[in-house]
Design a protein around this ligand. Structure first.
Ligand SMILES: Cc1cc2nc3c(=O)[nH]c(=O)nc-3n(C[C@H](O)[C@H](O)[C@H](O)COP(=O)(O)OP(=O)(O)OC[C@H]3O[C@@H](n4cnc5c(N)ncnc54)[C@H](O)[C@@H]3O)c2cc1C
Ligand SMILES: Cc1cc2nc3c(=O)[nH]c(=O)nc-3n(C[C@H](O)[C@H](O)[C@H](O)COP(=O)(O)O)c2cc1C
Length: 663
């Protein structure tokens, strides 16, 4: 039986194991599209961590139309030399590195919707740009209007232009090979140009490049053929494509199976099976926690049944034991782990050497992931900074065992300081157990388990049920007192005496009685925290409606940029659950069983509700504590929500910034 640790040979290239890092935009290139020292760090991390194959993020064969900082390309010999340094480094670890090459096409309409730039992008057919970007157009306020106002659209490629692009890609592949890459991966998924040709939704052509699946594959197959001629017989050509677009009106796995068979015949050496279209179904690409672990592997499995070339599976696979099982069950030949290797690049080494307990697991938040940086560690990926021992060793007392307090303790201890953590409640993790009890957010507990494990290993004591008095702190004589005591949920002053108005924490934890009919007020808090609270309560059988206050203007419920997959997941849940949302609403009054407000048309609306759940701003308890503990230590530092209630990423960054600044 084949295992994850077994090598695999594709054409002349031997990959030392079957655990790979997929192409993931890091935006770490310089303004000329070449890799930087940041890029090198991101990819070297993965090689050092033991991945058998690493696919460099999507790269243009020539300088892209929109030259913006950090968009990778390999358009000239100058970039080739820079990439060569990177590939040489990766080879020192006996890992193989490929480059993903693709043409953007329709997905460039995102520049219009988000960045207000007029775009005429290339595609197989002319299509209404709003329809073409239905995910963002429906969920991001103002997106569709901007597309229309700017007159952005799709230009239908003619036959000469198709041939020109094929040639460019073939020449680009030669540069990829010259730069020392071991294989090329043609990006034909997610709404890229080839993907649009493969798609029966985007491709409405009636010439030999449209209509039947075979015709829709023609552009890609011709490109593979030209590339093969250009790069010779030994160099593997992978194709990544969306085997299912996760939409009723677009390609489904039946199309995917046909496409796979045609690509195999057309000369592809390995099929990298992904799903979704970033502008129509981004939850197949930026996979939110609403999707089960390994929830898309059946697509790879279905393809593997019909082809004789290796197949790659991907999508929310974070546990290498699951990856190994998929390989052993024959569901895929190679497994890609994306965000998991951003979170812990050492995952392969740890698994293959039996140190599974040491693995730091991705929480699936999609809040970081850029610059190859994970929410766990703002000093990782492209922003990596080595941790050095401190010179002036201090006694540090930390109040609060939330993520901020625990991370500060971990890093300070690693740098040699004496650290103790005092936690008022009977548990560690602060808000995280509450967050993780929300709808399908249980993976958020991974961060607490990791910090607990590290602190135990380092021997940092965490004293539970300890609400220290001033005298007790004086007795400990700390050099530095860290307040990582978090925040409290609030209720607006004018509603405080209303028994049926409760805060977000009380609603999630059910520490106050809840009626059947609920109104959730405020959806935009804490990375969609309010939206996820509404979904959580709906999933528990409550009858939920939502109000969004006028202060949000055009109702920025879902921003959808940078984490499209999670935003879209929330949008889908809110829509499919039919949770009514009243935007730009102004609350007027709350009575025993009615909530009265002005809707966006300034019309008074009364809704029957047993409770109003306020999901607005939280407040820090720092002011009171600072006064209470003033003078208890030469230095008093505030971190995380205690400094300013925000999110996990900020709390972790605050903690590290403090611990790294110690001399
Ligand atoms: C419903 C909800 C959903 C959220 N969803 C997300 C999300 O999806 N993504 C995201 O990034 N963020 C989210 N957040 C925000 C995130 O949970 C917080 O920003 C983060 O957990 C803050 O960590 P912290 O360590 O600073 O504070 P906390 O987690 O609040 O920890 C503070 C700790 O200090 C303890 N403490 C208090 N006073 C004392 C004292 N005097 N002495 C000792 N200990 C004390 C507390 O008991 C607690 O354990 C969400 C928040 C909520 C409420
Ligand atoms: C930040 C980010 C950037 C990505 N960039 C690319 C890309 O350049 N090319 C591509 O084919 N897929 C891209 N993807 C998709 C990933 O390759 C992968 O399929 C996805 O993250 C699911 O795998 P995971 O759950 O293991 O992270 C990206 C995903 C994320 C989250």
């Amino acid at each position: 039986m084949v295992k994850l640790s077994d090598p695999i040979t594709i054409r002349d290239v031997v990959f030392k194991n079957r655990l790979g890092f997929p192409p993931m935009l890091s935006f770490s290139s310089n303004r000329n599209g070449a890799p930087t020292s940041g890029s090198l760090r991101i990819y070297e991390d993965k090689a050092r961590g033991g991945a058998g194959l690493i696919t460099y993020e999507n790269t243009n064969p020539d300088p892209p139309l929109v030259i913006s900082a950090s968009m990778a390309h390999i358009g000239t010999e100058k970039e080739v030399r820079k990439y060569k340094k990177l590939t040489d480094k990766i080879h020192e670890y006996h890992a193989k590195i490929g480059m993903q090459m693709g043409y953007g096409g329709i997905i460039a309409l995102m520049f219009s919707g988000f960045m207000n730039m007029q775009m005429i992008t290339s595609g197989p057919s002319v299509l209404d740009p709003v329809e073409a970007t239905s995910a963002q157009s429906s969920m991001v306020p103002g997106f569709a209007d901007r597309l229309k106002k700017l007159g952005s659209g799709i230009h239908e490629l003619n036959i000469e232009e198709i041939a020109e692009i094929e040639e460019k890609l073939a020449q680009g592949a030669v540069r990829v090979k010259d730069a020392g890459f071991d294989y090329i991966d043609i990006h034909s998924g997610h709404g890229m140009l080839f993907s649009a040709f493969l798609s029966r939704f985007y491709n409405r052509r009636s010439d030999e490049y449209g209509g039947t699946v075979e015709n829709r594959c023609r552009f890609l197959v011709e490109t593979i053929g030209k590339m093969r001629k250009a790069v010779g017989e030994k160099f593997p050509i992978f194709v990544r494509f969306s085997a299912d677009e996760l939409l009723d009106d677009a390609n489904n796995i039946k199309d995917g199976i046909e496409i796979a068979q045609i690509l195999e015949k057309g000369g592809a050496d390995c099929l990298d099976i992904t799903q979704g279209i970033i502008i129509r179904s981004p939850d197949g690409i930026e996979v939110p926690t609403y999707v089960d672990h390994g929830g898309y592997i059946h697509f790879a499995e279905a393809i593997k049944e019909v082809v004789n070339i290796p197949v790659i599976g991907v999508g929310r696979i974070i546990d290498p034991r699951m990856a190994d099982k998929f390989i052993q069950q024959g569901k895929a030949d190679i497994i890609y782990m994306g965000r998991q290797l951003l979170c812990d690049p050492e995952t392969p080494n740890k698994y293959f050497s039996g140190r599974i307990d040491e693995i730091k697991y991705c929480i699936g938040c999609l809040q970081g992931c850029r610059n190859g940086v994970c929410i766990y560690d703002d000093y990782s990926g492209a922003k990596y900074q080595e941790l050095k021992p401190s010179i002036e060793l201090k006694k540090i007392v930390i109040l609060g065992a939330g993520v901020a307090g625990m991370e500060a303790g971990r890093v300070a201890k690693l740098r040699g300081h004496e650290v103790e953590i005092y936690e008022k409640s009977n548990k560690i993790g602060g808000l995280i157990p509450l967050v993780a009890s929300e709808y399908k957010k249980e993976d958020f507990m991974n961060i607490v388990k990791y910090l607990e494990h590290q602190l135990n290993k380092l021997g940092v004591p965490i004293h539970l049920n300890r609400d220290l008095t001033r005298e007790q702190i004086d007795g400990l004589k700390p050099d530095i007192l860290v307040l990582a005591t978090g925040s409290d949920a609030t209720i607006p002053v004018n509603l405080k005496d209303k028994a049926n108005v409760i805060n977000q924490d009380e609603a999630i934890l059910k520490t106050k009685p809840l009626g059947k009919n609920l109104i959730v007020w405020g959806l935009d808090t804490y990375w969609r925290g309010g939206s996820e609270t509404a979904i959580t309560l709906d999933s528990q059988g409550y009858n939920v409606k939502a109000l969004v206050g006028p202060e949000l203007g055009t109702a920025q419920i879902l921003r959808g940029d940078g984490d499209s997959g999670r935003s879209y997941g929330i949008f889908k849940e809110l829509t499919e659950r039919n949770i009514p949302i009243y935007t730009e609403a102004k609350l007027l009054d709350v009575n025993d069983n009615t909530v009265k407000f002005l809707d966006k048309n300034k019309k008074e609306v009364s809704i029957q509700a047993d409770n109003l759940i306020y999901c607005g701003a939280r407040i820090t308890n720092a002011k009171r504590l600072k006064e209470q503990f003033e003078g208890a230590a030469p230095e008093i530092v505030l971190i995380g929500d205690c400094k300013k209630p925000q999110d996990i990423g900020v709390a972790m960054r605050d903690a590290q910034t403090f611990a790294r600044s110690l001399k």
